[in-house]
Design a protein around this ligand. Structure first.
Ligand SMILES: *Cc1c(COP(=O)(O)O)cnc(C)c1O
Length: 383
């Protein structure tokens, strides 16, 4: 057994990352400024999108988005329940109703057909999630949204560097990214809104900073003229420049880090192939490039005779961390109580919610780390 704990994720921080932050700290300008402008520009260059708006988290992006779209009571937002809680929470907070769509049992993503069935005259927004680095079937989803005249925004928290049909995730349409420490690049905390709708991007830029009006100069420098006025009440979700500087430095290493994630992913696939008790996610059959965000598996709890939670405890007892992506949202306390959600509503989501765990996967993992995880799994299953 290994003698130090292996976390399920650890950010990859180089001396270059540290000196980028240090340089900003010493520059005399640490709140939103030149590093934010550079991060947004580099992000646009990287994923080939028209507009990029940086914020303090993806959840902050979502909060501005529901505001910008004017969502409220009587409106519906289509979302998976197999996701992190952010979009569902922001929907509930603005008074709109989350409409949960069951995911595909193997890819854990929602299909264009399932989305279309959930559309009603009250549907205002569709937010599907690229899952674990697997990529949504973007083209058909866009077609459904276009046909019904509903806005589609991709939750791309797991998908930075991924592609659908040779098209970078976020390169067209509207998408949101997260830079939380477990994501493919990190700024400590942070998020990015990308879109080809310039008017919407400018509204988000204003909403993220008190709702102040901007002129062309402000848009370039991300400063605000001292004379700027409130156009509408807004939030305060601007990213400090120290964090944006880290983002610039991390983004430069995206391909290298994703390549290392892929190597870990491939090694797991091979080393776990004989272990029937762990079922890896299925991969979509359409053309896509994986972003290798998580290595999620489903525990065959009937065969093993142990719950997923106990299995995670057994891993921990062997100094191996693991993650849970995700416990389904619709059966969490608030959504059970406020919406009357009940087990059985979303069979594929619930089946996975009871069985999913994420094995350690991060760029700096060594071959030995991977072998330690595989050893621990085999040791637990032996008993
Ligand atoms: C991480 C994550 C978020 C939230 O991102 P934050 O930057 O932490 O707000 C939203 N959706 C999904 C699917 C995520 O994994």
């Amino acid at each position: 057994m290994r003698d130090s704990f292996l976390p399920f994720s650890r950010p990859s921080i180089t001396e270059g990352d540290i000196s980028a932050v240090e340089k900003t700290l010493r520059s005399g300008w640490i709140t939103t400024g030149p590093a934010n402008a550079l991060f947004e520009q580099k992000f646009k260059d990287c994923i080939h999108c028209c507009e990029a708006v940086c914020m303090t988290s993806e959840t902050a992006v979502m909060q501005c988005l529901v505001h910008a779209l004017g969502l409220g009571p009587g409106d519906e937002v289509i979302t998976p329940s197999m996701t992190w809680v952010s979009m569902v929470n922001m929907t509930a907070l603005c008074g709109a109703k989350p409409v949960f769509v069951d995911c595909d049992k193997e890819t854990l993503m929602i299909s264009p057909e399932a989305v279309e069935q959930a559309i009603t005259p009250r549907t205002k927004l569709i937010v599907p999630v690229h899952f674990a680095g697997g990529i949504l079937n973007v083209g058909p989803l866009r077609e459904v949204a276009r046909k019904h005249g509903i806005m589609l925004v991709e939750d791309a928290a797991h998908a930075l560097g991924g592609e659908w049909n040779h098209e970078k995730v976020g390169s067209s349409g509207t998408a949101m990214f997260s830079f939380h420490p477990i994501k493919n690049i990190t700024t400590g905390e942070g998020g990015m809104f990308v879109t080809d709708d310039t008017a919407l991007a400018n509204r988000m830029r204003s909403l993220k900073f008190h709702g102040l009006g901007m002129d062309a100069y402000d848009r370039q420098t991300h400063g605000r003229a001292p004379q700027a006025q409130v156009i509408e009440p807004g939030y305060k979700f601007n990213l400090p420049d120290m964090l944006a500087a880290l983002g610039v430095s991390q983004l430069e290493r995206l391909e290298e880090m994703n390549a290392r994630r892929k190597a870990v992913f491939d090694a797991y696939y091979e080393k776990l192939s004989g272990i029937e008790e762990l079922i890896p996610l299925g991969l979509p059959s359409y053309c896509f490039k994986h972003a290798y965000h998580l290595f999620a598996v489903r525990l065959d709890i009937d065969k093993v005779g142990m719950s997923r939670d106990d299995f995670m405890k057994e891993l921990k007892a062997r100094n191996i961390g693991s993650g849970l992506h995700f416990r389904c949202v619709h059966l969490q306390k608030y959504y059970r109580e406020s919406m009357g959600c009940r087990p059985g509503m979303l069979p594929a989501t619930e089946w996975n919610s009871d069985r999913l765990l994420s094995l350690p996967m991060f760029p700096d993992m060594t071959e030995k780390d991977i072998d330690d995880v595989v050893w621990a799994i085999k040791d637990i299953l032996k008993k």
